[in-house]
Design a protein around this ligand. Structure first.
Ligand code: NAI
Ligand code: MG
Length: 333
């Protein structure tokens, strides 16, 4: 079956890393790639950062590959999450052998492998805020239904990974109602799926993620905790140039690098394409194209081992040179 994949390059390095990722996956999958406009440039041209026809394209596509938007990122990506009900934000944290040496960062870990499942639609990012005289407030909304569906996603992932534990990260000792409900529903779902329920308070989890990341396997957590912990975790495995993500719901999946449009390096052809290539790997897995996904992931590992990397990782290769290497390595598997 030929897939229809919506591709939204966006701004800055977005189009550069998308070109690289498409170069890698095109020969591996029977798909039609249809480009849609969104972001700053699109807003300038059409007066709207997320035009109706792009939205329509996303609705009818089998999957969406997104580059990065600039200043309009919130209008684009937050709106897409809502419109397509992409309630689970999945952030794999996976080291590659050789990365620590390449980056020269002592905190980089080659050996970690866990995944953070962040609730993407409610919690402290409910958008319900206000001011009353000299006081400002934000409402933290946690629903039973919202928690149930994110917990189910975490359990699905645990099963796929062959793990028997799901770890809930919360702060129910202080936020007794909101985190209390989150914890309670997660526990019920995880146990009903025959998996083991583990839990950490978020502050302790933040520490252990650095000192003993091997404690974690599948982590499920409310929106803001997940936002913060996943950036912390990204640093562990080489930083933004390597961090992929998936935004998924029951019907739609949107895959994007964690990084933004990087205006400081845009147009130079030196953006690290790995985050987007690995996001495409997640997309392939989500579509059920496991063999192609594994080939590309292995090929990225090979590029890192061989030092075929962009300047942010200490190399001297251009974006498309890295993509060419990964494409060939994936095809030769
Ligand atoms: P950023 O992620 O674009 O850049 C942060 C730093 O990391 C920069 O020094 C950049 O050069 C570097 N970097 C990022 N990706 C890289 C890559 N693939 N290879 C090599 N180096 C890389 O975040 P920043 O600077 O905070 O935001 C820039 C713009 O991106 C803003 O307009 C922001 O709104 C937007 N943004 C968009 C996002 C999205 O579309 N999902 C997410 C985050 C930011
Ligand atoms: Mg963030």
């Amino acid at each position: 079956m030929a897939y229809k994949i919506a591709v939204i390059p966006g701004d800055g390095i977005g189009p550069e890393v998308i070109e690289a990722a498409l170069h890698v996956i095109e020969p591996l999958i029977d798909a039609e790639f249809v480009e849609g406009e969104a972001g700053d440039e699109c807003a300038e041209k059409h007066g709207d950062p997320l035009p109706e026809d792009t939205l329509e394209l996303c609705h009818e596509a089998d999957a969406i590959l997104f580059g990065a938007a600039g200043e309009t990122a919130a209008d684009v990506i937050v709106r897409l999450r809502q419109e397509l009900d992409l309630y689970a934000n999945i952030r794999p944290v996976r080291g590659f052998p050789g990365l620590r040496e390449l980056t020269g960062e002592p905190y980089v870990r080659d050996d970690v492998d866990f995944v953070i499942v962040r609730e993407n639609t409610e919690g402290l990012y409910s958008g319900i805020e206000g001011r009353f005289r000299d006081t400002a407030y934000t409402l933290r909304i946690i629903t039973e239904e919202g928690t149930r569906r994110i917990a189910e996603v975490a359990c699905d992932l645990a099963e796929e990974r062959g793990s028997n534990t799901v770890t809930c990260v919360h702060k129910a000792n202080v936020m007794r109602e909101t985190c209390g409900l989150f914890r309670e529903v997660c526990k019920e779902v995880v146990e009903s799926r025959g998996l083991e329920f583990e839990e950490y308070y978020v502050d302790a989890a933040a520490m252990f993620m650095i000192t003993e990341p091997e404690r974690f396997d599948v982590v499920v957590t409310p929106n803001m905790f997940g936002d913060i912990l996943s950036d912390e975790a990204a640093a562990l495995v080489g930083g933004l140039g390597l961090a992929p993500s998936g935004n998924v719901g029951d019907r739609h999946g949107l895959f994007e690098p964690v990084h933004g449009s990087a205006p400081d390096i845009a147009g130079k052809g030196i953006a690290n394409p790995f985050a987007t290539i690995l996001s495409a790997v997640m997309m392939l897995e989500w579509l059920g194209e496991d063999e192609a996904a594994e080939a590309v992931r292995e090929a990225v590992g090979e590029a890192i081992r061989e030092g075929v990397v962009t300047p942010d990782l200490g190399g001297d290769k251009k974006t498309m040179e890295v993509a060419e290497f990964v494409r060939e390595a994936a095809l030769n598997r």
